[in-house]
Structures are given as C-alpha cells and as structure tokens.
Design a binder for this molecule. Structure first.
Ligand SMILES: Nc1ncnc2c1ncn2[C@@H]1O[C@H](COP(=O)(O)OP(=O)(O)OP(=O)(O)O)[C@@H](O)[C@H]1O
Ligand SMILES: [Mg+2]
Length: 270
C-alpha cells in the first residue's frame, strides 16, 4: 500500500452568509485508506466532503489534491484568486462523488447515465465510454439492467448505478455522502456490500455515514466532527471503544445500547 497523500486539507474553513460552519479542518487521506466522517446533523460533514472536490468553494486554508492546490492560484493567501473551471476540473480529476439522492437522470437508461459524465465531462468517444460504463456496472452487479430507466429500479439498485457512474471515471478517491441513508432498510445491505467489495479491492474512500456499525466494520480511520471541527479521530476499535471526549461519548451513547444488549443476550446474561 502506498502512503502518498491523495488529498490534504490544511486548516480549511468555510462560512455561509457569515456563519462559520467549518472551523479549521485538518485531514490527510492516503492511498488505500477508508476514512469515515461521523457526527451530529449540521456538524459540517457534507460541507467538508463538498469542499474536498470544490462543489463548495472553501474560503480559509488550503486543499491539495496529489500535491496540487485545489480551486485557487496560490496557497495560504488572505485574498484567494479562483482558478478557471477547466483547471479546477483538472486538479480534482482523481476524485469522484457518490450522492445521497443518487441524482440519476430519469430520461436516460442506466447505461446512458453512467456514460454521460464520460462523454460530456471527459470527452471520451462513445464506444470507449460504453466499455468503461459496462465494466463499472458489472462491478456493482448491474449488468442486466443496462437498458432500464432509473424509475424501474429499487433505491438500492439506483444507488449501485450511482456508484458505477462514479467508478467509471476511474477515481483514485471516492467520496460518498451517506450513500445508504435514502434507502429502505432492506436495501441498505446490498449497497453496503458493494462498498465493502470496493474497499477490499483497495479503493480509497472518504464516506459520511450515520451507520455506526458499518463505519466500525469498514473504516481504517473514523473522524468525529461536531460544530464544524474535528473533535476526535482514530482507528475504529479505539474510537468506538474508548471515546476520549464527552462530546463523542454522548454522540455514541444511543448506538452503544443496542449492540450491548445483543451481546449480553448472546452470552446468556439477559
Ligand atoms: N448551502 C448552504 N447555505 C447555507 N448554509 C448551509 C449550506 N449548506 C450547509 N449549510 C449549513 O452548514 C452547516 C453544516 O451543514 P452540513 O450539511 O455540512 O452538515 P452535516 O454534518 O452534513 O449534517 P447532516 O448529518 O444533517 O447531513 C449547517 O448548519 C447547515 O445548515
Ligand atoms: Mg450531510
């Protein structure tokens, strides 16, 4: 496993209409890592993810993707000069994003949905785009639905197409914002299984999730955010078993209740 950082956030801040929602985020993600962002609603997880690929323009600090400054022409300056959209697209090329609400185009087939960013964004010839799209759909087990419209698919299947659309871009880092939160409970596992397979194949990921057991199972590192700051981060075993701050302890309290009862029941104590 290489340890070259794919992305580095250095003191990244972001304000919306005068309200500072990210307050100096420092985060480095290297090849092969699976980093999950957890934390209460409104703590800045989505904003962090969106700043990482400049869907949202950060306004303090620096973000480097494979050593290149993202979004601005010079690092560490008070007044930031925004790069051209073409240059921003070039710098963020190693990244692809999977959205909570899938964001598939309803009038296109599954295959066309996965091809579109390759043809429109990457300017690939149609044949090459189709090949890459078909390979990505095979990776998520959706080859038999290439010609279906998204409305005919279950939520879980739509999200697998959403993941294929990101994979087809050949990313070095996949960003996933609560990829299973819009799904019916019985569809969650099929999408988690796809993500697990990608993780086992060495795909580097940053994922926002409210599913603590999934975060515990899949992550190499868990990052806990509250009120726009990183409060704690570490390997899942230590972070979940030995939270250091009251903030994380109280965040985890509701989640600890259920598995604990189950463990006790299994051990015959219940
Ligand atoms: N486009 C926006 N305009 C104004 N405020 C915003 C915008 N996007 C996010 N915010 C605010 O920034 C803060 C952080 O939001 P963010 O969506 O990053 O939280 P989150 O941790 O992803 O929450 P959740 O778990 O509910 O998804 C919140 O107070 C939110 O209201
Ligand atoms: Mg969010």
């Amino acid at each position: 496993m290489s340890h070259e950082p794919i992305i580095e956030l250095r003191n990244v801040g972001k304000s919306f209409a005068g309200s500072r929602v990210l307050k100096g985020i420092n985060l480095t993600v290297s090849a092969g890592e699976i980093v999950t962002l957890i934390g209460p609603s409104g703590s800045g997880k989505t904003t962090t993810l969106r700043c990482m690929n400049f869907l949202e323009a950060y306004d303090e600090g620096d973000i480097l993707i494979k050593g290149q400054l993202l979004g601005y022409s010079s690092a560490g300056r008070e007044v930031k000069h925004r790069d051209s959209p073409a240059l921003i697209a070039e710098v963020r090329r190693p990244l692809a994003m999977v959205f909570q609400q899938f964001n598939l185009w309803p009038h296109m087939t599954v295959l066309e949905n996965v091809c579109a960013p390759l043809i429109l964004g990457k300017k690939l010839p149609r044949d090459e785009a189709r090949k890459k799209a078909a390979a990505a759909l095979a990776q998520v087990g959706m080859s038999d639905k290439e010609q279906a419209r998204p409305a005919r698919l279950s939520g879980g299947q739509q999200q697998r197409v959403g993941i294929a659309r990101a994979l087809a871009l050949g990313p070095e880092l996949l960003l996933l914002d609560e990829p299973t939160s819009a799904l019916d409970p019985e569809r969650v596992e099929e999408v988690q299984d796809v993500i697990k397979v990608l993780a086992n194949h060495g795909m580097t990921m940053v994922m926002v999730t409210h599913e603590m057991s999934f975060a515990a199972r899949i992550s190499s590192r868990v990052v806990f955010m509250a009120e726009g700051a990183i409060i704690e981060s570490g390997a899942p075993a230590s972070l979940f078993r030995q939270p250091q701050t009251d903030r994380l302890k109280s965040f985890l309290a509701p989640w600890f209740k259920r598995p604990l009862q189950l463990d006790e029941a299994e051990a015959g104590y219940a």
